[in-house]
Design a protein around this ligand. Structure first.
Ligand code: ATP
Ligand code: MG
Length: 629
């Protein structure tokens, strides 16, 4: 980073209907934030009391930089907050889960049914010798059995490590080995865009030379494949035969691990993030209730996969902890047509829809006639996560999906943070381009490399200054990597992202610190330039990188996907260059623009600028295991 990092931070704002704040669990954001600052321990203690504990804690936080212990002495099992209490408290017949298959097939589970099936599967795992602390690797499609098996692990204190079922055998193999998984849970097939995809053969390859694996549990969805390949394999449903439906929850220390999860691998080799039982349970309950404002009658659909942190926190643990109804589906957004997701919202009455900017931009590209065919009146709140939500996409999402009525929660957070960190709480003005403010419980700032706080309008490094309950506890078998997060910039947590604040304390995320472009001593965040490009009516998506330049050190190179109907031309190049010049300034003007049909992405849909850069420079591509095919 160089000294010079000015960013335009003026933005219009939208004021939501005051009823949102009046009826929200959070109430007045500023007042709650003040309460937190006055007594952080008291604040977190109040939040932790909203989940179920077996033994109460004696101390809220022991902070021994960079190691935190939250709720010391407390014991719990997260599944009692997610299941048992709803069964006890009169929500037993309430729908916990609605699953929708590609062919329209539907399955539903009440809280009582989910509770019973989780306990049964927990006993089945015990039957094959799974014990507390064992690692269980998941490679499963998004079907109810996946959620059941996941909660069953938590029930008996086994540590789950979910691998997105779109990864190849090599990536799965390395994750199985890294975690020394004892059991792998999979299905014979996944279903995607009308095709049946074999998962089991990939697992078969992946478990070779993985000596830790004792069993592979296969959920057979197709009748033809009930025959098992080897001694090692067990059939999901056969395992359940004769098993009791009563399984008391394993008593877990608040600091014992709940799961391992690998980051998306956008900036480099994925990190195996470890989350703890007590702090994580508190964090996801708190944010599901007070930020997403999930109430008794809410139906939440988070379109992420369980293979990402978003799925862990806001498909499974958060929504179930507050007793909401969760929608899961194997469908892809544009198959059989780009109306499928809107039809699901209409039919199931989804009230909270949570998706990613990449999906929003895809929907923009195919046109608003698709969502306009459906009635989206059930929606109350719409959310975004994963990449910066550029103003152009914000406006479209707000108008076409939210009908200028639903607040947008653009949530900034990471696998490492476990829960939402920065967003615009209900009732606060929304500013397109800005994720929002640090939520109560979080102290965030924008600083220079020495950790000095920067004034509004000055871009810099995004840091979190104090520990929070759902922070990662370590990087699995790589504690040195963990320490680096807390030792790079003073004693703060370095998020690895660039940001800028405005006068009201709103944060705009500017991109990854690794991707910073320095043109003649001026810093540029990738998001700023990309957002300016996407503003142009011809541009659907854009990615920018820095390329060496003899005079300026670096120059901007842009890769652009055009909206249907536009064709590449020299005139368009000039127009786009001029457009960036007018919206940001001459410094940001692309020295080159290349029109492309696709951009390299992670399997979670994020643009991988490091791949563009490596290709441009004829360098080694680095870790490509997370690259979408
Ligand atoms: P890796 O750490 O392996 O490079 P990753 O950072 O993409 O991968 P995740 O933990 O899935 O892995 O993603 C977190 C990152 O996603 C954040 O650091 C940030 O860069 C980006 N991000 C998430 N939400 C937002 C948001 N609302 N606005 C802008 N960026 C976001
Ligand atoms: Mg990251």
């Amino acid at each position: 980073m160089s000294e010079n990092f000015e960013v335009k931070v003026d933005s219009k704002s939208y004021i939501p209907d005051p009823a949102y704040r009046e009826q929200s669990f959070l109430g007045d954001y500023k007042a709650v934030y003040k309460e937190f600052i006055q007594d952080p321990d008291e604040f977190w203690s109040r939040m932790a009391k909203e989940i179920e504990w077996i033994k109460p804690w004696t101390k809220v936080l022991e902070w021994n930089h960079p190691y935190a212990r939250w709720f010391t002495g407390g014991t719990l099992n997260i599944t009692t907050s997610c299941l048992d209490r709803h069964v006890k408290e009169g929500r037993r017949n309430k729908l916990a889960l609605i699953w929708r298959g590609e062919d329209g097939e539907e399955r539903v589970y009440t809280y009582r049914q989910l509770h019973r099936d989780v306990m049964r599967f927990a006993n089945a795992l015990k039957k094959i010798g799974v014990q507390k602390g064992d690692r269980i690797c998941f490679y499963m499609p998004l079907v109810p059995e996946h959620i059941i098996a996941l909660l069953a692990c938590a029930r008996i204190g086994a540590i789950h490590s979910i691998v997105y079922a779109g990864f190849g055998a090599e990536a799965l193999h390395s994750r199985i080995r890294d975690a020394e998984a004892k059991v792998v849970i999979t299905a014979d097939v996944g279903k995607r865009r009308g095709k049946v995809i074999s998962l089991r053969s990939i697992v078969d390859d992946a478990v070779r030379n993985a000596p830790s694996v004792e069993k592979v549990i296969v959920l057979c969805r197709e009748k033809c494949s009930v025959e098992l390949y080897s001694e090692m394999e067990e059939d999901f449903y056969s395992l359940l035969e004769g098993v009791s439906a009563d399984c008391s929850p394993e008593e877990m220390d608040a600091e014992e691990p709940l799961f391992i999860l690998y980051t998306s691998g956008t900036t480099g080799m994925p990190k195996g993030i470890v989350h703890s039982c007590g702090g994580y349970a508190t964090g996801v309950h708190y944010t599901a209730k007070y930020l997403f404002d999930l109430k008794e009658n809410d139906v939440i659909w988070c379109t992420a996969d369980t293979g990402w942190i978003t799925g862990h926190s806001y498909i499974v643990y958060g929504p179930l902890s507050v007793g909401a109804t969760v929608v899961i589906t194997e469908t892809t957004p544009d198959w059989p047509d780009p109306g499928i997701w809107w039809s699901i919202i209409e039919e199931l009455g989804v009230t909270l829809f949570y998706t990613a900017p990449t999906a929003i931009r895809m929907f923009m590209r195919v046109g608003e006639e698709w969502p306009n065919k459906y009635n989206l009146d059930s929606l109350r709140i719409i959310g975004s996560v994963g990449e910066p939500l550029n103003p152009e996409a914000f406006e479209w999402y707000y108008r076409v999906i939210g009908k200028m009525r639903c607040p947008i929660l653009d949530t900034w957070w990471q696998t490492e943070t476990g829960m939402h960190m920065i967003t615009t709480p209900l009732g606060e003005p929304m500013k397109p381009g800005f994720a929002g403010v640090p939520i109560p419980g979080i102290i965030a700032d924008v600083v220079d490399e020495e950790g000095n706080s920067l004034p509004p309008g000055q871009g810099g490094l995004l840091v979190i200054k104090k520990p929070w309950p759902s922070m990662m506890r370590t990087v699995y078998r790589n504690d040195e990597r963990y320490k680096k997060y807390w030792n790079q910039i003073k004693d703060y947590y370095a998020a690895g992202d660039l940001a800028v604040k405005d006068e009201d304390g709103y944060f705009m995320i500017l991109g990854r610190a690794d991707d910073i472009i320095i043109v003649a001593g001026h810093n540029l965040g990738t998001a700023e330039v990309e957002s300016a490009l996407v503003e142009h009516e011809a541009v659907a998506e854009a990615a920018v990188i820095g390329v060496p330049d003899e005079i300026k050190g670096q120059a901007v190179k842009a890769f652009v996907i055009l909206v249907k109907g536009y064709t590449p031309s020299q005139k368009l190049v000039s127009e786009l260059t001029y457009h960036v010049r007018m919206s940001i300034g001459p410094i940001a003007m692309p020295a080159a623009i290349e029109f492309v049909d696709t951009l390299p992405r992670t399997r979670s849909g994020k643009i991988m600028r490091r791949i563009l850069k490596a290709k441009e420079m004829n360098m080694d591509l680095g870790d490509t295991s997370t690259l979408e095919e």
